[in-house]
Design a protein around this ligand. Structure first.
Ligand code: URA
Length: 241
């Protein structure tokens, strides 16, 4: 496939489109060893050797990361007040990465980060029913009644009740510990489901999304690339149903 030289350079983080045009004109970019003159030059991104300020830039079209979102970080790429996901993903190639779906600022746990819009779209599609499992601490006694109510679906003030959700009570007490698996992604869904049964989520952490599980060896704020198997599995979701 062919790509414009200025696009290649800006996608690989050399600068904005207008900056890289200047760099090209200033002779800072070589293509197969020859100083490039035209930003619009079409190159084969896999075969052509592009150097910027003497260093080779290899091209990657897509990147896929698992990120352990800490509390206090927003699931966005830009924010004036808070740290964003991108403040943590410092050692990446693509500049157009984004989180797939959102977690509240106080929610921790698994976020999938990519620039693959088609895959993201499929994962977020309600029709795919991708399972998301959360661990929560909840104020109040969570009981078998709640398990049954969640199985049927609860009214969280939307047009229709929530889809059946699997609630597992890990411990019941003044503060209960639970795991909840839902297949939707409504705004504040887990918190609103517990509110619907008169309880309050005081801690929330996402453990998994589809086949992606929060790795045991990641600490809050850390990230790692998806393995080949994880990516293949995700692509299967994309191509099924
Ligand atoms: N449900 C919530 O209430 N908050 C989240 O961050 C994710 C799911």
């Amino acid at each position: 496939m062919a790509i414009r030289l200025d696009k290649f350079l800006s996608e690989m983080g050399a600068g904005t489109r207008s900056e890289v045009k200047k760099y090209i004109r200033a002779g800072l970019v070589t293509v197969d060893g020859i100083p490039a003159k035209k930003p619009e030059l079409k190159i084969d991104e896999q075969q052509t050797k592009v150097c910027f300020r003497g260093k080779e830039l290899s091209y990657v079209a897509y990147e896929y990361y698992l990120f352990y979102k800490p509390a206090g970080c927003v699931s966005a790429t830009e924010d004036n007040l808070h740290k964003t996901v991108m403040d943590y993903l410092t050692d990446v190639r693509r500049k157009d990465l984004f989180p797939v779906g959102r977690l509240d600022i106080d929610t921790e746990g698994l976020l999938f980060i990519t620039n693959d819009g088609a895959l993201a779209h499929e994962l977020l599609s309600p029709a795919k029913h991708v399972e998301k499992t959360y661990y929560a601490k909840v104020e109040g006694h969570v009981t078998e009644d709640d398990v049954n109510l969640f199985k049927k679906g609860v009214d969280i003030g939307e047009d229709v009740p929530t889809k059946p959700a699997k609630l597992v009570v890990l411990s019941e007490g003044d503060i209960s510990e639970v795991e909840l698996t839902i297949t939707e992604g409504k705004f504040h869904q887990v918190k609103r489901m517990f509110e619907a049964v008169g309880k309050k989520v005081i801690y929330l952490k996402r453990l998994s999304m589809g086949n992606l599980t929060l790795p045991k060896d990641l600490a809050p704020g850390e990230y790692r690339p998806l393995t080949k198997q994880e990516l293949e599995h995700l692509r299967n979701i994309q191509h099924t149903k």
